[in-house]
Design a protein around this ligand. Structure first.
Ligand code: ADP
Length: 251
């Protein structure tokens, strides 16, 4: 379980990106975080794997205090959490399979990582992950030859190879056309339901959030203004989250 208790995040320039956040997310939930650009969606999910440090309150994952972790413990913790970005972050000039295999690098002895030597078992695991997102046939194609949707699937497969318990996705479909975006959202849903991996997605497409997520968290100016079933989101709630247009920026 991911638990935020009165969490605050103040950036070094003094801007408060998150204000008094209280949240409990159970293992296996599919949560969409919606809000205006600059509302704090990205800040919120990035605190969970310590890409951002919180500055007040308490954040725990399965009872472990995220802010008190250091060194090896923090690295091990981060391995439990997959991260997907809008820009895929692939090594474009190498094959799809090699991209997925990079998921194993943190656990390899230096020489194996350096020469890119992987065991048969690791290769099979990587291919199994590619199969789960429907692109096994692309294993030996160079990543930059794939469409955007396929590249995001490679990123998903790479994340799956790390056996995550939680996947955090920061605008994962923002760069994709509407049809491809739905296909990638379908992948997230399958992964969530079949593997009981918690999925937290920042998304600015409200329609996709409502269609795919079980629960929606609406953020406005660093505060949660809605937290409930996606089925209950109505125009009044959307107005609360989005009314007034763009947010004042902190940078
Ligand atoms: P969203 O993901 O909802 O678009 P972000 O979480 O990226 O919003 O940003 C929330 C607010 O925090 C924005 O106003 C942004 O300008 C501000 N912010 C983000 N990063 C920093 C930073 N490093 N220093 C100061 N302010 C920041």
């Amino acid at each position: 379980m991911i638990k935020f208790e009165n969490v605050t995040k103040q950036y070094p320039n003094g801007f408060v990106g998150l204000k008094n956040i209280n949240l409990e997310i159970e293992q296996g939930e599919f949560v969409a975080i919606i809000g205006l650009s600059g509302a704090g969606k990205s800040t919120l999910i990035r605190t969970i794997n310590r890409m951002h440090d919180i500055t007040g309150g308490k954040l725990t994952v399965d009872g472990e205090d995220v802010m008190s972790m250091q060194g090896k413990q923090l690295r091990r913790f981060r391995r439990k959490i997959g991260m997907i970005f809008q820009s895929f972050n692939l090594i474009t000039r190498t094959t799809v399979l090699k991209n997925v295999l990079t998921a194993f690098v943190p656990d390899l002895p230096f020489w194996r990582a350096f020469f890119g030597i992987y065991t048969k078992q690791e290769k099979l695991k990587a291919m199994e992950c590619l199969d789960k997102v429907g692109i096994l046939d692309k294993s030996f194609v160079r990543a930059d030859q794939l469409s955007g949707g396929q590249q995001q699937r490679v990123a998903l497969a790479r994340t799956l190879a790390q056996n995550p318990q939680i996947i955090l996705a920061d605008e994962p479909v923002a760069a994709l056309d509407p049809i491809t975006a739905k296909q990638v959202m379908d992948d997230f849903r399958h992964i969530n339901k079949d593997m009981n991996i918690s999925v937290l997605i920042n998304i600015h497409h409200v329609d996709l959030a409502l269609q795919y997520a079980d629960r929606v968290i609406g953020i406005r100016a660093g505060e949660i203004v809605y937290d409930g079933p996606s089925a209950d989101v109505n125009d009044e709630i959307l107005a609360k989250i989005y009314k007034g247009g763009a947010q004042e920026g902190g940078i």
